[in-house]
Design a binder for this molecule. Structure first.
Ligand SMILES: CC(C)(COP(=O)(O)OP(=O)(O)OC[C@H]1O[C@@H](n2cnc3c(N)ncnc32)[C@H](O)[C@@H]1OP(=O)(O)O)[C@@H](O)C(=O)NCCC(=O)NCCS
Length: 337
């Protein structure tokens, strides 16, 4: 029996989709196995030098394990950078014990550090054996935009009425927007004007570096529909954000306010919420908030803490000893699509 690890190619996509449906027990119509999404996620043009984003371990010509990777570069407050990867769509044929771990170990070698946010309990157990350690929890915050509409749109369950009551009693807070100094402008693509925000940041905490190519690739995601916005104050560019909307829900994929001022972040969150509300179908919006300034900003806009997920880190050379908290967002992984 021969086994080989290799990058996923266009000809593998249909078999990969079937493999994910089988291992994750997805409904065949589940968008996570949609060929357009997999093509965009794993095969469409990636920023230069990034390498492949999806790997297969084959046995006798059949997929026995799959793992996708999302490369991330941490930008530390010292301006040092540390490369990392996080894993997505990790799946293995249960008839070949340990084969998924073999592929996972191989991909861990691709960067000096790796991390996993959330993940199923068995995954956490397996990766703690591989040397990952718990770095704390990262909360996800949500805000109700149209609780009545959500009540009417989603299938009725025992939770529907409780959800509606929660929505009606936790409205978002409208802000004065500092006498209209701030505005957000939708863009079909980001251009060079955002580069100073990506490179010379005023943020004093560890953040995940973005590239122009990476942001514009995100905007091409087939589902959810992504929208990019520039944040301006008195006409000056001070940030940007990307939201993705599908059906009744929006997610904040990335939000940058180039400021260490909590009030600026709060106004930024207000504009994110208002932009999501422009879509009449959207009933709720969700954001990952790994740093205190973003948490406080969301809370001041009426967002509530919906759930927490653990962050597991593999850092054998202790490169990230003083780096946490890191401002992870849904961009860093595949939780946003
Ligand atoms: C996670 C996964 C890729 C690991 O694949 P693998 O390398 O073949 O590993 P195995 O399935 O042999 O499991 C490794 C260990 O985890 C345990 N394990 C696996 N699934 C488990 C489960 N659902 N509950 C409890 N333990 C589990 C196994 O018993 C084994 O323990 P052991 O070494 O003490 O015998 C594979 O189990 C899988 O595809 N799971 C379904 C998809 C999934 O949940 N992916 C991760 C999403 S975050």
């Amino acid at each position: 029996m021969t086994a080989a690890i290799r990058p996923t190619e266009p000809k593998d996509l249909a078999a990969l989709a079937q493999f994910l449906i089988r291992i994750y027990k997805f409904d065949p119509s589940d968008h996570h196995a949609d060929l357009d999404l997999l093509e965009w996620k794993y095969l469409s043009q990636q920023p230069e030098g990034e390498g492949n984003r999806s790997y297969l371990l084959e046995k006798n010509g059949q997929i026995a394990a799959h793992c996708g990777i999302c490369p991330v570069t941490f930008h530390l407050p010292t301006a040092a950078t540390v490369r990392s990867v996080t894993m997505m769509d990790w799946a293995a044929d249960p008839s070949i014990p340990g084969i998924g771990i073999r592929l996972f170990r191989h991909l861990m070698e691709m960067a000096p550090t790796s991390f996993v946010i959330g993940g199923a309990p068995p995954t956490r157990m397996i990766i703690s054996r591989l040397g990952f350690r718990l770095m704390g929890n990262v909360p996800t915050y949500s805000a109700w935009l149209r609780p009545w509409r959500e009540f009417r749109t989603r299938p009725m369950t025992g939770r529907s009425t409780l959800r509606l009551l929660h929505g009606l009693t936790h409205p978002t807070r409208a802000r004065t927007n500092r006498a209209g100094e701030w505005a957000c402008v939708q863009v079909s693509q980001f251009d060079d004007s955002v580069l100073p925000l990506l490179t010379n940041s005023k943020r004093k905490w560890t953040f995940c570096q973005r590239t122009l190519a990476g942001l514009n690739h995100l905007l091409l995601c087939p589902r959810p529909k992504m929208q990019g916005f520039l944040l301006k104050r008195r006409g000056d560019l001070v940030g940007y954000f990307v939201i993705g909307s599908a059906g009744w829900e929006s997610r904040v994929l990335d939000l940058v306010v180039d400021s260490g001022d909590a009030e600026d972040w709060s106004v930024g969150c207000d504009l994110v919420t208002k932009a999501a509300r422009l879509n009449p179908e959207v009933c709720r919006i969700r954001a990952l908030a790994a740093v205190p300034i973003l948490r406080r900003a969301l809370e001041s806009n009426g967002y509530w803490r919906q759930y927490d997920e653990p962050i597991m880190l593999h850092d054998p050379s202790d490169l990230l000893d003083h780096a946490f908290p890191v401002s992870f967002q849904f961009f860093d992984g595949d939780s946003g699509y």
